[in-house]
Design a protein around this ligand. Structure first.
Ligand code: GDD
Length: 324
């Protein structure tokens, strides 16, 4: 059996490869990566997975390798995934995320793989965007009111999954994942960024002040290792064409996250707001109801948020000590 992970060098992609290798060793893993991607997250996997230099925007390459591999499952995780970048480079974000999705579906369609290949699509809670206070915890039926070009790109991927299923019977499983974090998280994202700053402060490389953006926003965090377990179950057990929230059903103010990290730090740290870190429009609350996914798969998150933060902080401490 063959699993293809797009974005395998990334955060979720590399953890998913670890999960499959550990629990389903009979599966062969293929990965699409851009030739210029850093491979630090998959160094330990180099002789265990088969990698191909494929930019998902390049239809010729996507088409060729999907035809060659004929994967049983595709986990489509490659994306421009940082919300602020989508304001600076809206077209690039829309293009990468939407063209990448269409290219995968078109390759499946052209090679008549729709009966055998299941495609899990990494949609996002950002699609809900402007959520009203009486709409939490958010269900899949909530209106989508996207607040960034990134969110619009994810709404499009999500509905492409619906449309290609309706039009051609492609087995697309749409997972709307709420925030997830853990070791290997890109340094621009809030938890990882704050952990890195704490580690730099402890190492006396940064003055004892942590720079922050909007601390009033609330986010529902799940550990990445729980999330990749969910992706596997989604491809195995979920109904093609359907959409599922993956969340923890708990929300933390970003202020709470900084406070937790400051408590974990070995020295005293002050907080300073950096106007550069504020967004033109921020999603104020994301708190997800994952009962539909739980009923279908039995999944629930297992790793407490405190442990995730601790592991992420230790990841940065190690990286900084090793000067990586
Ligand atoms: N990045 C960042 N840096 N965010 C900050 C900071 C900071 O210094 N200070 C406060 N925040 C706030 C942001 O304004 C936002 O409200 C929240 O922290 C989380 O920001 P991010 O970690 O950048 O994530 P996101 O919520 O915008 O998007 C993430 O989650 C989505 C799922 O809901 C990304 O992983 C997306 O790719 C994903 O789809």
């Amino acid at each position: 059996m063959k699993a293809l992970i797009t974005g395998i060098t990334g955060f979720a992609g590399s953890h998913l490869a670890d999960h499959i290798l550990k629990h389903y060793p009979e599966w062969k893993i293929y990965g699409f990566k851009r030739w210029r991607s850093r491979d630090e997250n998959i160094i330990h996997l180099m002789d265990k997975v088969e990698l191909h230099d494929v930019d998902v925007k390049d239809f010729t390459a996507v088409n060729r390798f999907i035809e060659e591999i004929k994967p049983d499952r595709i986990f489509h995780l490659a994306a421009q995934s940082f919300v602020p970048t989508s304001w600076k480079a809206p077209m690039e974000t829309l293009n990468t995320n939407i063209a990448g999705q269409v290219n995968i579906f078109e390759a499946i369609r052209q090679h008549n793989l729709q009966d055998g290949t299941v495609v899990q699509i990494a949609c996002s809670s950002e699609e809900y965007g402007m959520v009203h206070p009486d709409e939490v915890p958010i269900k899949e039926t909530n209106p989508l009111r996207p607040l960034s070009p990134y969110a619009v790109s994810k709404v499009t991927q999500d509905y492409l999954g619906y449309q290609y299923h309706q039009s051609y019977g492609i087995k697309a499983i749409r997972t709307r994942t709420f925030n997830h974090t853990g070791p290997r998280r890109g340094e621009v994202f809030v938890t990882s960024n704050f952990c890195k700053q704490v580690a730099l402060i402890e190492a006396k490389i940064q003055p004892p002040v942590i720079k922050v953006g909007n601390l009033e926003a609330k986010r529902d965090f799940t550990d990445v290792r729980d999330v990749v377990r969910a992706y596997w179950l989604a491809a195995e057990k979920c109904e093609p064409g359907e959409v599922y929230n993956i969340a923890s059903n708990k929300a933390y103010r970003i202020q709470d996250v900084v406070d937790m990290l400051i408590k974990m730090a070995s020295i005293k740290i002050d907080i300073e707001q950096d106007p550069e870190r504020m967004r033109p429009s921020d999603v104020m609350i994301l708190l997800g109801d994952y009962s539909k996914f739980n009923q279908r798969t039995g999944w629930k998150p297992e790793i407490p948020f405190e442990k995730t933060l601790e592991d992420t902080l230790n990841y940065w401490r190690k990286k900084i000590a090793a000067n990586l």
